[in-house]
Design a protein around this ligand. Sequence first.
Ligand code: ATP
Length: 375
Amino acid sequence: EFDGDETDPAVAVELDGVTKRYGETAAVDDVGLRVREGEFFTLVGPSGCGKTTTLRLIAGFEEPTSGTVRFAGESMSGVPPEDRDVGVVFQSYALFPHMTVGENVAYGLNFADPPEGMTRDERVAELLELVDLPDAADRDPESLSGGQQQRIAMARALAPGPDVLLLDEPMSALDARLRERLRAQVKRIQSELGITTIYVTHDQEEALAVSDRVAVMNGGTPEQVAPPRTVYREPATRFVAEFVGDNNVFAGSVVDTPAEGAIAVDVDGGDETLRVRIDAGTATSVGDRAVFCVRPEHLRVASAGEAAGDEPAAPAGENALRATVASAEFLGETTRVTLDWGDRELLVRAVDPLDGAVTVGFDPGDAHVIEVESR
Ligand code: ATP
């Protein structure tokens, strides 16, 4: 895991104990984050969690109530946005309608010189090439699709050669198909330039798809900062487990510690006792409260139909949960099925249609323990 500090040359942007209050509300609450040089770093979380405010503090549109924002180790306190070497792209593309596409991109250069040995026109052509719209210079911005306009907005933000690119929900105004195409383009442009990029989105799937690391925010604070795979496989908190992807989160009482690295839990609202793997070295005893999660794709349907009511038919060593189908959503490749199990629901993925009584199984090793609290 990345663990530089302000003296580490690889740290491009650092937030050190940053808080932003609006009256009584702390929109951003004592945030510490380090974004490394060249990284694609994403702030993701539900509406109101403080993503946009965090980005505005980095851009310099807001000053922190307390704490420090640093760029390459240097405090940005009192430094206005235009002196921060950042390029910003907002949700609304905000291209100037009375200018051509080329003029819009050139506008980004207004206060900067083109790179050595290059004319303004050559720089504009280079940027249009970068965003894969080489022939758009003379076009009217309004003749472009939303995704194309957003690429022009990126070209304009990149024109002066900023150190850091800040993107605030740049795709939220686009339809799903365009969003997927644009996010691949954004990722390509970012890695071609190797530019440090901080991206804000409420869309967890988008965050997983494009980022080197993700900060999952809740109530003004990141609850986990890690690469997408880690956030998905080893959520640090219950909030992260429930926000990122479909999940089954269980809470219950430890009723047995049968072997090193394993516990048996009576889950609140559930029927069968479940066995889950736990990191060896985590001290647990009977009576502790445990919270763990199992992804729907790890809850395998072991048997369906009438027979399911009789004997659990999960492979040896697996947990077997007897449940009944409550509802199903056909998603194309798979179906997302909701099951009633005891007094609660389970989410599973199925290929074939399911109905009636089923037994689902999961390997104790596919559970991820989020926390154990002793009682
Ligand atoms: P969204 O995705 O809805 O934009 P967000 O995660 O970006 O949400 P912020 O816009 O950063 O969240 O807002 C965080 C909190 O701070 C919210 O409760 C919001 O109402 C509050 N807030 C943000 N800006 C201001 C402001 N200028 N004045 C007062 N309160 C504000």
